[in-house]
Design a protein around this ligand. Structure first.
Ligand code: ATP
Ligand code: MG
Length: 244
């Protein structure tokens, strides 16, 4: 078994006429088990597309994605999805549902259609409540998520991603739009999952200071390619090069 849990080899996605090139244009990167990696890049660099491709939401046109030594194909995707959870940019919660119901939605992938008609088992409800408790949201479990603050919604989204006990968590801009306190809480939650549970975390961030504080390594994208992969020191210089 290799040390890497995520590997992209010459990953290319569909051609975008507006960009005059494939959106991901030959991505090569490798992420080790238990690493906390930050994914950086200007707007439109391809960060969200890369994370989405790692859970099979953007089909590769060329190249290869390997998760836990498994090459991603339609056949291996269900197994890969059991190991990888994604936190979508903007949270992606269902506004009309309560916090608890949103967290339970994270279990839908593990259940057959007819099982979902029977409602969620008590075990899942207890697990969802426990996760909400850990994230400081126990009191708000029955609140509609549209009524929660941005930071609270983000934590519900984290609970939803965690209910399937993933080995790998992909977080697309988990702190964008949050105040300093809420950002810190969310980053500390991710950091704890990394240090205490050994979870592999890949987070898209825009703040270089926060990136350097929490992540062990950075991957910088520009125009659908990796332009830097390495330590988080001197990230400013990497960006100065992109924007020049
Ligand atoms: N389905 C699509 N069809 C055409 N173009 C797309 C599609 N999805 C994304 N793009 C384009 O691909 C580029 C990369 O988009 P992506 O969302 O991955 O960027 P990003 O790095 O996440 O940016 P941001 O920091 O703004 O979130 C953008 O120019 C976007 O307009
Ligand atoms: Mg994005």
């Amino acid at each position: 078994m290799s040390d890497y849990v995520i590997e992209c080899h010459n990953l290319e996605t569909a051609y975008a006429a507006s960009l005059n090139r494939p959106i991901l244009n030959g991505i090569n990167c490798q992420i080790k088990r238990g690493e906390f990696v930050v994914l950086l890049g200007l707007n439109g660099a391809g960060k969200s597309t890369l994370l989405r491709s790692l859970v099979g939401l953007v089909p590769p046109v060329k190249g290869e994605i390997r998760i836990n030594d498994l090459v991603m194909t339609p056949q291996t995707l269900p197994q890969i999805r059991r190991d990888v959870s994604m936190l979508f940019q903007g949270g992606g919660l269902i506004r009309q549902l309560s916090a608890l119901e949103n967290v339970l939605c994270g279990r839908l992938g593990a259940r057959t259609t007819w099982q979902t008609f029977l409602g969620f088992p008590k075990r899942d409800r207890l697990l969802a409540l426990e996760l909400l408790e850990q994230l400081g949201l126990r009191q708000l479990a029955d609140q509609k998520t549209s009524l929660l603050s941005g930071g609270q919604q983000q934590r519900v989204a984290i609970a939803r991603a965690l209910i399937q006990s993933p080995q790998i968590l992909l977080a697309d801009e988990p702190i964008t739009g949050l105040d300093i306190m809420a950002s810190q809480q969310v980053m500390q939650t991710l950091s704890k999952l990394h240090t205490e549970q050994g979870m592999t975390i890949v987070a898209v961030l825009h703040d270089l200071g926060i990136a350097a504080k929490y992540a062990q390594r950075a991957i910088v994208l520009n125009a659908g390619r990796v332009v830097y992969e390495g330590l988080c020191d001197n990230l400013q210089a990497q960006f100065a090069e992109i924007s020049s």
